[in-house]
Write a protein that binds this ligand. Sequence first.
Ligand SMILES: Cc1ncc(COP(=O)(O)O)c(C=O)c1O
Length: 322
Amino acid sequence: MASVQDRLKEVAAVGQEIVETGFAYLDGEFVPLADAKISIATHALQYGTGVFEGIRAYWNAEREQLYAFRLREHFERMARSVRIMRIALPGDPDHLSALAVELLRKNGFKSDVYVRPLAYKAARSVKVALQGLRDGFAMYSFPLGAYLPTGGLAARTASWQRTADAAIPARGKLTGAYINTALAVDEAHDYEADEAIFLTADGHVSEGGGANLFMIRDGVLATPPVTDDILEGITRDSIFTLAKELAIPIEERQIDRTELYVAEEVFFCGTGAQVAPCVLVDGRPVGDGQVGPIAKKIGDLYFAIARGDDKRHAEWRTPVYR
Ligand SMILES: Cc1ncc(COP(=O)(O)O)c(C=O)c1O
């Protein structure tokens, strides 16, 4: 596998501060990102009472087009997340999708970008509750390359448990819940691993720090069920569709930690992660320690479809420019 230094180089931009150029959307209007400010007394800043999304748009240089990937599905999930947090969105998924397209157009990006919508408890209040607090909505975007290395990464099982649904639900993409991820990923980095693997309270594999997890055993693709404290990933859902089309058998089932040690392949997937094969788990090579053929096949297809180089699944791509 590539050295830690080379893997870090691929994801170097992730660790850098976002440059505040171009426009953002804040509470009903487009404003320069540098001017999109909120109060330090904001409830969500104090208590993590927010909901967010992460959406990628891929630049296709040949067609001079930017394609947002599964845009509507991200706002549909956001609409589900806010139900948990009792936050009102300023519009339905169609309206928010249109706002995202307008934001990308205004910024005129000609590179791969990431869009971050954020709905949050905006009230300047110290009351720890959800009801009766004013809501806010913001969205910004910025260029983003790889979030995790895609050429074969190292993962480490976290000593931090995945937050249980009865504590802080992973099903919602909740800002405060990402403390759990930050603790686990930071620990992984201490051991020179790129990504964490969360276990549930009862010791089953849940997901990565910021990505869903798949393994291949005996030629069957397997991923933990939605009841094992995962975020119900949109990339995960795309992979279900692609695997069926590639005639790769797939199942949702509980996975033991040590199954990852004996699996033929392991990979992560997510909007940030894209399709990121894992070649080392807890210091043990996965399979022969190389990127496996199934992860490669699925990854190649995902990138080709998302970028619009492969015409299939046009319904997953929203062209930004007219
Ligand atoms: C904890 C977690 N799990 C899974 C995913 C993957 O979800 P999606 O494919 O919808 O981006 C993400 C985000 O990318 C995440 O933060």
